[in-house]
Design a protein around this ligand. Structure first.
Ligand SMILES: Cc1cc2nc3c(=O)[nH]c(=O)nc-3n(C[C@H](O)[C@H](O)[C@H](O)COP(=O)(O)O)c2cc1C
Length: 193
């Protein structure tokens, strides 16, 4: 059995260190996790005016989450919180009222920063948002990555063995978390789409 993990990269930057981290995470993940990126770049800014008629990009977002067994957020920290583009995507996915795409979904958060606190405050902010959205978050382990380009290689791998082991352990725990959550409530069994 495999689990499909939809991952969000919270950055729109063409040189995103968080996309490097996302690829590194995938490279050390258990074999029974399959990954696909859930894009957020082309979403318009959310307004309740759209609730009666969601645009194509937002329907695609909700469809992608519905097709995932779990979601992984790999995000930068912007001004001690999450980037607006990621919050916008979460707002789209959480609506229309009663059709919250994150209801009961297994989720994990991680992020990389150039700063020493490694997105700690962004992750706390994101955890609050996901809590309200009723996602089933992995609470531990936490992973605050101060990005060092030497730890990752250009092929999407992790070149630093200690970093690789840490990220491997994080993803192994996430895999177990996904299995535990879905054992209690399989996707589609009672959760909103
Ligand atoms: C608008 C903005 C706000 C930022 N705020 C923070 C911050 O609060 N904490 C932090 O550690 N780094 C902050 N940074 C620096 C980011 O860690 C750095 O730009 C990083 O490369 C962003 O991740 P990305 O490359 O995946 O986009 C900020 C960067 C920008 C552009």
């Amino acid at each position: 059995m495999t689990f499909k993990v939809g991952y969000f990269v919270g950055s729109l930057s063409s040189t995103s260190i968080n996309r490097v981290l996302a690829h590194g995470l995938i490279s050390v993940s258990p074999d029974d996790l399959e990954f696909f990126e859930i894009p957020i770049r082309d979403l318009p800014l959310y307004s309740q005016d759209f609730d009666a008629d969601y645009p194509r990009e937002a329907l695609a977002l909700k469809s992608a989450i519905a097709g995932a067994d779990a979601v992984l957020f790999v995000t930068p920290e912007y001004n001690r919180s999450i980037p607006g583009g990621l919050k916008n995507a979460i707002d789209w996915a959480s609506r229309p009222w009663g059709q919250n795409s994150f209801d009961h979904i297994p989720a994990a958060v991680i992020g990389a920063s150039v700063g020493a606190i490694g997105t700690a405050l962004a992750q706390q902010s994101l955890r609050g948002v996901l809590s309200f959205c009723n996602a089933r978050q992995m609470t531990a382990p936490e992973a605050y990555i101060q990005f060092n380009p030497d730890d990752f290689d250009e092929d999407g791998g992790v070149s630093n063995p200690r970093t690789a082991e840490f990220l491997r352990s994080f993803m192994g725990e996430f895999r177990d978390h996904i299995q535990r959550v879905l054992t209690v409530l399989p996707r589609g069994a009672g959760a909103a789409s």
